[in-house]
Design a protein around this ligand. Sequence first.
Ligand SMILES: O=C(O)[C@@H](CO)OP(=O)(O)O
Ligand SMILES: [Mn+2]
Ligand SMILES: [Mn+2]
Length: 572
Amino acid sequence: MISHRGRENKNNEMGSSDFSWKLADHPKLPKGKTIAVVVLDGWGEANPDKYNCIHVAETPVMDSLKKGAPDRWRLVRAHGTAVGLPTEDDMGNSEVGHNALGAGRIYAQGAKLVDLALASGKIYDGEGFNYIKESFNTNTLHLIGLLSDGGVHSRLDQLQLLVKGASERGAKRIRLHILTDGRDVLDGSSVGFVETIEKDLADLRAKGVDAQIASGGGRMYVTMDRYENDWEVIKRGWDAQVLGEAPYKFRNAVEAVKKLREDPKNNDQYLPPFVIVDEQGKSVGPIVDGDAVVTFNFRADRMVMLAKALEYADFDKFDRVRVPKIRYAGMLQYDGELKLPSRYLVSPPEIERTSGEYLVHNGVRTFACSETVKFGHVTFFWNGNRSGYFNSEMEEYVEIPSDSGITFNVKPNMKALEIAEKARDAILSGKFHQVRVNLPNSDMVGHTGDIDATVVACKAADDAVKMILDAVEKVGGIYVVTADHGNAEDMVKRNKKGEPQLDKEGKIQILTSHTLQPVPIAIGGPGLGPGVKFRKDVPQGGLANVAATVMNLHGLEAPADYEPTLIEVVDN
Ligand SMILES: O=C(O)[C@@H](CO)OP(=O)(O)O
Ligand SMILES: [Mn+2]
Ligand SMILES: [Mn+2]
């Protein structure tokens, strides 16, 4: 059970000492319907062309939702300020997308909160920084995280400011443990990011600070696994970052990345782990007793496993060999329920009173399911970055084990069928009012940049939607089908005119990242009253408007401070 520590404070802040979880009945919509909430991960709306895999794929079910009922299909915003990101140039992502879907309000997200804390300098006044600072005089400051300007998990400019700020505040020896990206940014861009940060470090060295890159590796192969899919990924990172051991040794990081990329099997996402060594071949930056460590990603999911390895005394996921006594802080606290890590530089968004928590207090029984790589999206992110149930008697969360150790273009169907079967069975069981799933295919395969495989992935997701909608039909239920951000609908980097952008050799540049596109939302099913349709007066509606919409469909009014519902009920 989730504890409710601190909640009283929150409610007082809201000025409602008589706060109640009880939601008013919706004046027109009945309670007790079975509602399927389907999130297609990475499924945006874009112009139809050959780089739009959703358009190319056979997707009869999603097509029919769009064409069939114009009052029950629309687009919603899924990027930028609509999901709490700093600017409209920020693509959407799963964390902010599912946070908005589940919480029904827009919170300033990690990217923005870190920007503000760095700009005001408050990051250096907090408990977290003061804690790590105690190591600066005698020991090394290590910074571990994703090196790119993608803005999904971390941002290069934030790292640059933090390195500079720490050195100005006494850090004399700094070691960076970098993870190359190629997923939120173009593959191959890692070289430029390493060159940029190397220049900063050289400037620091000129000022007498001993600052260097100590280790590295590709984010998907080293360190940034999530939801405990494959602990080997964390172990590879641990060996390089903490123990200073890796299969590849180089004298400098630019050379490391360039050389390792020469093997056609390697790309930025999957670069093998390497360490930087001195003239004697000794690694320049293992983590030892007394050192300070900061994981500088603001996003939670892909830092939780490393945070556990760094923080937990009791740990059996792999043999850590040596467990240094360190001062560790996360850029943010990554899990609000586990309080992990216990020290952090910037307070995370306080996502409170999410729709999931309201629903358990209002008699709505929920089933949530995805496969491992997206499981936390419909549970942890949906519930405001809290692991666990609100009420285990009212909720059931099912995780289908993902394949590990493969790139998903090899198996683009992933576990979509299995997820749909679980959803179907949950719907037909009559035990649940809400059956919520995430279908990962279009996103996970889209990230590989393999266009043919992504087309197959989109079809697999569409087939899964069909199975779920068929079950909804059988029980007289309602469906809400939407997505968390774009990905598969655009697989090529475009110029300002929207034309595919060519590289120096005249080749198109494959886009492995998410997009700025809006996403569809469709409602329907035999349980949906004939007068229910999308309102016309929320044209700017975004993902945060979905929670109130779903609450209404459960026969409940949404809390007053939620973003407005997307639906209205007209009397026929
Ligand atoms: O894989 C991830 O970590 C991100 C991209 O960086 O994708 P998503 O937000 O869809 O989880
Ligand atoms: Mn996603
Ligand atoms: Mn993604």
